[in-house]
Design a protein around this ligand. Structure first.
Ligand code: F6P
Length: 372
């Protein structure tokens, strides 16, 4: 019987469990065994081997209803493992353990880091298939990555909930959301939640412009209205930077993939507003709650499609590929792209198409494109 290992790496995301369930069910139908590997690549390093366990349809029956990942996750990078203060490449142990567990394939579900490792291992001969997962939506080669829709939904709700206190107290309410390099999550949840200003990593912001836009919102009547609302909602991506400035980080540490821990830009913007303008301001940072809770129907559907398609790729022995979505469920087609393409470059927000950098918000002149 062919054996498929399955793992989830990086930040957890709603929809992963739906993908795991779909892969297990499809694998059973195809006569494959599925071995669940705990905590991402960590589970394929020697000390985690005992965690590899056989999964069956009965065991995963209910997991698609839950967020997170039933397999657990880590940011372990087998090419750079910290041991006694030095960094060691332990990828040969991963390759060795794939053999020891008699795995004919490994389905890795993750973002740029997890799939970057899968790509390197595939180049060393490992039978790898990737599944796209990141609430940041910054993987290339696919229209969708698991978790984005639920995070979008969560953030839109949070932005909406911030509106009444902000309106009652005449605050500028700043909401800091996730998105390390790409502004997809900040932008689309800001637009959906009706934010007045959206600051994204792709376009550095300027305080003079921020002030000008705030004045317009706080003191003049809005579009189509004669009433002045006297409050504003500003959505800031954690990766946004002021022109000529640096990323705001939690501390100076970096993870195994060299990423700094972002966080604090919302506080910086809110403090600036309170100190440098006549407006009062508050900040809300939903943090990990953004990727918490049950998956949205879209994430459950996409998990189902990705998980099923990944086993299809295994069946055909198509290694070094990522399952890819053209469109989003229910209008969605599955295909495969090389992992190289998925992780080669980041998929950033198409600011030319969508972002008005004068208004720090969505373009309103899309109709021009329609006419031309
Ligand atoms: O990549 C997904 C993500 O949620 C980013 O938006 C965020 O910067 C990062 O993970 C948080 O990292 P961690 O889960 O390690 O704190």
């Amino acid at each position: 019987m062919r054996r498929i290992g399955i793992l989830t790496g990086g930040g957890d995301a709603p929809g992963l469990n739906a993908a795991i369930k779909a892969a297990v069910i499809r694998a059973e139908e195809e006569g494959f065994a599925i071995v669940g590997i705990s905590r991402g690549w960590e589970g394929l390093l020697e000390e985690g081997l005992e965690d590899g366990r056989l999964l069956d349809a009965q065991m995963v029956r209910k997991i698609d209803r839950e967020g997170g990942t039933t397999l657990g996750s880590s940011r372990t990078n087998p090419y750079a493992v910290k041991i006694d203060g030095s960094i060691k490449d332990r990828s040969d142990e991963v390759l060795h353990n794939i053999e020891r567990l008699a795995l004919d394939a490994v389905i890795a579900m993750g973002g740029e880091d997890t799939l970057g490792v899968a790509n390197r291992l595939a180049k060393q001969g490992a039978p790898m298939v990737g599944v796209p997962k990141t609430i940041d939506k910054d993987l290339s080669g696919t229209d969708y990555s698991l978790g984005f829709d639920t995070a979008l939904h969560n953030n839109t709700t949070i932005i909406e909930w911030c509106r009444t206190p902000a309106g009652s107290h005449r605050w500028v309410q700043v909401v800091e959301v996730m998105g390390r390099h790409a502004g997809h999550l900040a932008f689309w949840s800001g637009v959906a939640g009706g934010a007045d200003i959206i600051l994204i990593p792709e376009i550095p912001y300027r305080y003079e412009q921020l002030l000008d836009l705030l004045q317009q919102k706080m003191e003049s009547a809005g579009f189509g209205s004669r009433r002045v609302s006297r409050y504003a909602v500003v959505v800031v991506s954690e990766g946004a930077v002021v022109e000529g400035g640096d990323l705001v980080t939690v501390d100076k540490s970096v993870d195994a993939f060299g990423h700094v821990k972002l966080g604090g830009i919302g506080r910086v913007v809110s403090d600036w507003i309170r100190k440098e303008t006549k407006y009062d301001s508050r900040v809300v940072v939903p943090g990990y709650a953004q990727r918490g809770g049950p998956p949205s129907p879209v994430d459950r559907l996409m998990g189902f499609l990705f998980g099923t398609a990944a086993v299809g790729a295994v069946k055909k022995s198509l290694w070094g590929k990522m399952v890819s979505a053209k469109g989003i469920a229910p209008a969605c087609r599955m295909s495969l792209v090389p992992l190289d393409e998925a992780v080669g470059k980041l998929n950033l927000l198409d600011t030319e198409a969508y972002y008005d950098s004068n208004r720090y918000n969505a373009r309103r002149d899309w109709y021009l494109d329609v006419e031309s």
